[in-house]
Design a protein around this ligand. Sequence first.
Ligand SMILES: Nc1nc2c(c(=O)[nH]1)N[C@H]1C(S)=C(S)[C@@H](COP(=O)(O)O)O[C@H]1N2
Ligand SMILES: [Mo]
Length: 319
Amino acid sequence: MNSKRKNGIAPSEITAEPVWRSRRRWLVRAALAPAALATPGLVDATAGEPFGAKLAAPPDKRLSTTEAANGWRDITTYNNFYEFGTGKEDPSRYAGRMRLDPWTVTVDGAVRRPMTLDVDALRRLAPLEERVYRLRCVEAWSMVIPWTGYSLSRLLARVEPTGDAHYVVFTTALQPDVMPGVAAGILDWPYTEGLRMDEAMHPLTLLTFGVYGRVLPAQNGAPLRVVVPWKYGFKSAKSLVRIHLQAERPITSWMRAAPDEYGFYANVNPAVPHPRWSQATERRIGSGFFAPRVATQPFNGYGDTVAALYRGMDLRRNF
Ligand SMILES: Nc1nc2c(c(=O)[nH]1)N[C@H]1C(S)=C(S)[C@@H](COP(=O)(O)O)O[C@H]1N2
Ligand SMILES: [Mo]
């Protein structure tokens, strides 16, 4: 396995040990389960300990929650990534088939300097930080996840947005031959999401390359995704290929699929129920069978820095 090719990461950034260890795991697994060899791209991302190339990043305590993070296994086996199926374990089963190399992201639209960058160039664009964020899914479960990345604003500043840049549209990868969920319909593919420009520029909005100090496993949105911690999880689009700035508010995949259920803003709001269930509490995914239910906080607990973005807006109407 050539980690430079596989992860698009410079050898200087890699610690030899995890490469060796993941390779050894792979060999052990392959020996124990010959059928695994028939699954292209299978990697053992479901083991209890983090593995994969390391991404050095100092913790950013100011922007991190102090709550205990979920374990690697929860974070990498309980996923939503509908391109690979709607089951929580489907992404960890199938996302390893996604082709990650070559991979580029195009940043264009209402910008003075449109650019297309590969993953190495994107990763080097600003210093990486580790930030522990709560992730709250609209399905009323949540996790605490240590992400590695930098504020999306660093990239957006680089392309020099024009005065017409009011919204940011994220387009994610579409590889139907290796994505068993795509043929099932459900959404208009490719999966697209969007933010208002001021939301995209907020320091919490993280362009994310890693989790637990390792490059993102495929099921978590390799090679890079966005994470917007005060919004329901579906806003945090995985496996980005394009970031487009424009004047009009986009109609995103989930809005198109069910406009009464999934609004553009999707700020975490315990006072506004999903039409089919309450959003007042959430189940914190844990290793135990009886995961604790906790009260959901407005803006997922990030209201002190993000509520001002919505001053004067009716958040029931703009859900
Ligand atoms: N491309 C893409 N991105 C996506 C999704 C998806 O189905 N496809 N699911 C979203 C939802 S609903 C959630 S809750 C989060 C889950 O992120 P995680 O699996 O890394 O915890 O990813 C979001 N990003
Ligand atoms: Mo979600």
